[in-house]
Design a protein around this ligand. Structure first.
Ligand code: ASP
Length: 317
């Protein structure tokens, strides 16, 4: 079997469908479709799964509709702290950065850590110095700020919450949405890769790191079984090692991709009040995109097929 395929997500959360205009929904659908197509083009040209997920996540970071990179959420100190991780299922090499504020595309910094450092995870200033030495231009944290995210922080602080009720305007309620983006892919050569990038959660404590940059929690890839990128309440994904748990259920338990992702997303995470979802591709090229929240921005596409994208449950375009 030679199925090259990419899947992406732009975060999960509660839905504000009542207040959603058709035009607004279409903006999200178009952005997701275009990014799936960009990944498909790389795979079609014999590109690697690693390159496809890097580019897909870079595009998601650049898109202000999604809440990593530009449009990232604020910490309770009014700052931005971004996290990202990438893993190559062929070599089991991984690279990650956490708590960075001066790197435009954290996923590119994570890729540099994977390729050009002896380490897996670099944090804060050290990560930023390394990224700059690798040629990634430093940026001011203000480039991530948007008025919408600032207002979100004010509301969150008023209620002393990290997650709030909706105030509409976007398909997934911006106050309860988890701000992560991610991609998983299988290339023509059977290699798997996963990438995840996030601004974290609104009103998080400064210094807080979630699951996204943690190998095995929010990001995992192994050619032997599966590539996974997660979005949701990071602390629970960390405590359950959600991404690796899916791989382990497949490897040691003999579960299928569908069974393993359902077990983790629909049973193990909710048991600890974990909300969110995953995107996953197995070694055969099967795709699973389960979520236990009301919605998840998501899409996938086999090379040669039109992208299939959705936001709500039971919805695919
Ligand atoms: N999992 C991310 C975190 O906890 C949040 C998200 O998925 O949006 O940092």
């Amino acid at each position: 079997m030679n199925k090259a395929v990419i899947a992406i997500h732009g975060g999960a959360g509660a839905i504000t469908r009542a207040q959603l205009s058709v035009e607004k929904e279409q903006l999200y659908i178009n952005a997701l479709s275009e990014i799936v197509e960009a990944g498909q083009a790389i795979l079609d040209a014999d590109g690697s799964a690693l390159d496809a997920v890097t580019e897909a996540v870079r595009l998601l970071e650049e898109c202000p509709l999604f809440n990593a990179g530009t449009g990232a959420v604020f910490t309770r100190a009014g700052t931005h702290e971004l996290d990202a991780c990438i893993m190559d299922g062929n070599s089991l090499d991984a690279g990650a950065v956490a708590g960075v504020s001066h790197i435009r595309n954290p996923i590119l910094a994570a890729r540099e850590v994977l390729e050009h450092s002896p380490h897996v995870l670099l944090i804060g200033e050290g990560a930023e110095t390394f990224a700059e030495a690798q040629g990634l231009e430093p940026v001011l944290p203000e480039i991530f700020s948007t008025p919408e995210r600032w207002e979100q922080l004010q509301r969150a602080q008023l209620n002393n919450h990290t997650v709030l009720d909706h105030d509409g305007g976007e398909p997934i309620d911006p106050d309860s949405k988890f701000g992560t983006v991610g991609a998983v892919a299988r290339d023509k050569f059977g290699n798997l890769a996963a990438a995840t990038s996030t601004g974290g959660m609104t009103n998080k404590m400064p210094g807080r790191v979630g699951d996204s940059p943690i190998v095995g929690a929010g990001c995992y890839a192994n050619n032997a079984n599966v590539a996974v990128s997660a979005t949701g309440t990071g602390e629970v994904f960390m405590r359950t090692l959600a991404a690796y748990d899916i791989a382990a259920l497949m490897e040691y338990g003999g579960l299928s991709l569908h069974q393993a992702t359902e077990r983790v997303v629909m049973e193990k995470l909710p048991a600890l009040d974990g909300s969110g979802g995953v995107i996953a591709i197995d070694r055969e090229g099967n795709v699973a995109l389960p979520f236990n929240s009301e919605g998840m921005y998501r899409g996938y596409g086999y090379v040669g097929d039109a992208p299939s994208v959705g936001i709500y449950r039971d919805q695919e375009h």
